[in-house]
Design a protein around this ligand. Sequence first.
Ligand SMILES: NC(=O)C1=CN([C@@H]2O[C@H](COP(=O)(O)OP(=O)(O)OC[C@H]3O[C@@H](n4cnc5c(N)ncnc54)[C@H](O)[C@@H]3O)[C@@H](O)[C@H]2O)C=CC1
Ligand SMILES: O=C(O)[C@H]1O[C@H](OP(=O)(O)OP(=O)(O)OC[C@H]2O[C@@H](n3ccc(=O)[nH]c3=O)[C@H](O)[C@@H]2O)[C@H](O)[C@@H](O)[C@@H]1O
Length: 435
Amino acid sequence: MRILIVGTGYVGTTTGLIFCEMGHQVTGLDVDEQKLKALHAGKLHFYEPGLEELLSKHVQAGNILFTNNTNKAIKKNDVIFICVGTPKQEDGSADLTYVKNVAQSIGKHMKEYKVVVTKSTVPVGTAQLVTEWIKSCQKEPIPFDVVSNPEFLREGSALYDALNPDRIVIGTTSKKARGIMRELYQGFQCPIIETNPKSSELIKYAANSFLAMKISYINELARLCDRLGINVDDVSQGIGLDQRIGPHFLKAGMGYGGSCFPKDVNALLQTANANGIPLTILERVVQVNAEQSLYLLDKIKQGLGSNLAGKTVAVLGLSFKANTDDTRESPSLVLIDHLLKERANIKMHDPIVKLEEGTTGLPIGPHCQQLQTVAETVSGTDAVILCTDWDEYKQLDWMAIQLLMKQPYIFDGRNMVDKAVVEALGFHYTGFANH
Ligand SMILES: NC(=O)C1=CN([C@@H]2O[C@H](COP(=O)(O)OP(=O)(O)OC[C@H]3O[C@@H](n4cnc5c(N)ncnc54)[C@H](O)[C@@H]3O)[C@@H](O)[C@H]2O)C=CC1
Ligand SMILES: O=C(O)[C@H]1O[C@H](OP(=O)(O)OP(=O)(O)OC[C@H]2O[C@@H](n3ccc(=O)[nH]c3=O)[C@H](O)[C@@H]2O)[C@H](O)[C@@H](O)[C@@H]1O
């Protein structure tokens, strides 16, 4: 089958390569020349372990081509996966501008039957809108079907997740399109849920919101654990072993970030409110998450003193989690923003992310600078704040670090350091209820 992937970001690139692995011929279409140039050369324009090797293999074999020629790409392919961004608008709802542009191009350029698959995360009712947008641009009626097929991969483990999904969701009312989608996914062993487009669209938001809810639940519980002197990681383990609860997404810390949880929880809340059924639990999920960085700021003030002006802190980790260079809605950047408002000096480090002036809104300069090595970063600081759970930070030589610091304080935003070890070295250690 000839597959067109529209949007060669995290999801589009991974999806395209998975279909190459399944033996299909794939075209990646994007409007961003820089990205296309890199992909064409077998280079990823983002950091994702394992993906570049696969990209280079399939580019060399000629299984995947990249283009900006929308007209040709639409005409020549049978199944079109829409993988463009659906960012958050001011009111919290998903911005469908990019999806609409793609749908309109499909309507304009298609000359024969197409299956149009929405992989982007889109609100309930979007399949219907995509149908209308395509029809509105057709010069003559040509048949097509629209399918909702949400993606559940995580950044940092995109390849593994896409090759080993827990389930595949196919939402369509068309028998023909369902048959084509079954054929496309026939190599996968996981359950396939076949449903209508609206249910499929809601499944995606409900899944991300549920995971966000687990994180906010454990984070709020961690505050009670802090007060009672209880180790929250023990509680997570104790409840997570109950198969009805499960062990995942129960790691307390400075809150969730990334390009999806914050945007998707808000988009679902917006859908709920617009339909007069407020999802009050999710409203609290968002609030708890926003409070979490302030809760950490409070801990820092309790350690270093309430006046942070002139204090210098080392922030280790800028991406929203390990194994990605994505800093969108990163809890680390949120905390840095709070610290700057307190007039602290920030020295930052990340193994992969290189912050450039103007890309994140942080005022990069003498009071907020990024350094190359951990040693340079911690040097002369009053505290180290661990913000991203990179493996590199789990193996730090704390004895050597202590010698470089002005004061031996560690604030662990991810509960990733062995408290007993660093306390034995003389550090003042504060995590999230890891007593
Ligand atoms: N990043 C992730 O881990 C996951 C993302 N999703 C969802 O998938 C969607 C895409 O997310 P990402 O891949 O992270 O986005 P991204 O922002 O990395 O990539 C989107 C790409 O679409 C391109 N694009 C925009 N308009 C276009 C057009 N008219 N024609 C061709 N290309 C166009 C952009 O240039 C960009 O390269 C979003 O709805 C997101 O919520 C779902 C699961 C996981
Ligand atoms: O729709 C999406 O884009 C994706 O969103 C998330 O994936 P992702 O954002 O890549 O990352 P996660 O691993 O889910 O982590 C999200 C945030 O939660 C935090 N987190 C995660 C787990 C945990 O126990 N505690 C915790 O604070 C992470 O540090 C990170 O900031 C979902 O896990 C994917 O299934 C989904 O496809």
